[in-house]
Design a protein around this ligand. Sequence first.
Ligand SMILES: Cc1cc2nc3c(=O)[nH]c(=O)nc-3n(C[C@H](O)[C@H](O)[C@H](O)COP(=O)(O)OP(=O)(O)OC[C@H]3O[C@@H](n4cnc5c(N)ncnc54)[C@H](O)[C@@H]3O)c2cc1C
Length: 551
Amino acid sequence: MVRTRRDVVVVGGGHNGPVAAAYLARDGLDVLVCERRDIVGGAAVSERPFGPDYLVTSLSYVVSLLPADIVADLRLTSHGYHVFPQGPYFAPRADGRYLRLPDDPAEREKEIGKFSAADAAAYPGYEAHLQKIGGVLGPMLDEIPPRLGSRRPADLARQGMLLRHLRKLDARGAVDITRLLTGSVADLLDRYFESDALRGVLAVSGVIGTWAGPRSPGTAYVVLHHHIGDTGGQAGAWGFPRGGMGGVTRALAAAARSFGAEIRTSAPVSAIRTQSGSAADPRVSGVTLASGEQIDAGTVITTVHPKIAFLDLVDAAHLPEPFLADIRGWQTRSGTVKVNLALGRLPVFASHPDYDPQVHGGTIVLAESLDDIENAFQEAVSGRPSALPFADICIPSVFDDSLAPSGQHVMSLFTQWVPHRYADSAEHEELEAYADRVIARVETIAPGFTASILHRQVIGPHQMQQEYGLVGGNIFHGELSMGQMFHARPAAGYADLRTPVRGLYQAGSATHGGGGVTGIPGRNVVRQVRADHRADRWRRAFRSGLPARDS
Ligand SMILES: Cc1cc2nc3c(=O)[nH]c(=O)nc-3n(C[C@H](O)[C@H](O)[C@H](O)COP(=O)(O)OP(=O)(O)OC[C@H]3O[C@@H](n4cnc5c(N)ncnc54)[C@H](O)[C@@H]3O)c2cc1C
């Protein structure tokens, strides 16, 4: 049996794994990343399901939440990271009209005014409302949450951080935040808008990846989560990374390797091991691969779904029951279906027949009203796939010529909903029929579209779970509901990226800062590891009477 030793093993080579590995290797540590699949990227991956001529962004499709400091620290541009800004919202309608939301305020007012003068006048107030709340909550997304409820002096000091953020609020702001965190996206939009067209487009970002309809409490926050990339003053709008989302993870992996980390693919971890005989205070001792190989390490970071990490890989005997109960009860549904297409030509929209990169390269939304979206969700709740799924569509090949042969295109359609129980079985026929309905919906606003399809791929919740490790089909490793945010992500007392096993840390999307290609958990876990290593060195030095050295 092969047995080796590393300073740190990272389980999972999605995007958070390579982020953590890159920072730790830059610190001089000997780091190994083990990825189960034969390709890095996880849910941020580009693959070739249609043969060598097309590069398809299999699951996630746009980037905005990756902080600028990660891009700079890891020198990602020198590893090929490049983002093409995405065009604005374009929502073509079955009646032959369309709504666009361009960045220019005067133009936007004109566009919204086609549907409602009152909505056009209200829009700046809506944006200002989200900006104001984003200015308070946005910076908190970047931080390691304090242990709320703990009375330890260090934790009490960190709890003061919350006050630092909340001090920015006046009485109105405090109520606005409370309503945003507890209300539905419908509640939010009801306060500002009347037209179906605008309410439909804006409601989509409240339910993306969520097992909740626009009238479900908590969905207003999801709008803000998708807005925070803008409010943090970073790259601003959403964009298409060159080479699809796999372009992001390829750059991250190259950065990690350039600092000396090793990334192994086709290396599934079958166990995260703890030292024997330490049930009361377990300490991690390394990992075992499915091949039988053992890799010892004093620090292990898991970036896989928490149900995989803590119910499959760690021996339950070493985890306290309340923690296990939180992980077992972790909500991880979504009913999302991703449809990827190769097209012989761009769609010709009946409402906007002329080619315009800001339209064809925009966020193309099929959602005629908030009620349509709610109905689609209610159908899935009652066990049927939606008859009229909504779709958030993009055609990244409008800007990126590396994705398809000249004149041809790849299209990504993010759609909802099918019943969440589709995670349990393949439901192949139902999914194909569902994809037919999505395509028929595009056909109504772009006649001739169906005939332009050269290849199609339909990825439902079961495949997301089995092939990509997204348990339950949830795109964020766990729902972005209020009970699963901040200090509750993913378990009481462990939102600080530690776990009940000493030396074992967590940094996947089910931790705070996660839910999207943010890299924040991967970067923050390194801060936590460094702080704990420093404290260990001081403890050892104190015991031996020697001065501690920061290595
Ligand atoms: C359809 C869809 C659309 C999305 N759209 C967007 C979007 O446009 N923009 C955005 O920002 N976010 C989007 N997201 C969310 C985003 O992609 C994820 O939140 C993010 O990529 C998760 O990254 P991660 O590194 O935390 O985990 P993952 O990417 O899930 O990585 C975990 C890795 O661990 C591996 N693994 C699992 N088990 C083991 C094991 N036993 N041993 C070794 N390795 C293992 C998995 O194969 C995987 O590669 C989307 C997600 C989906 C599914």
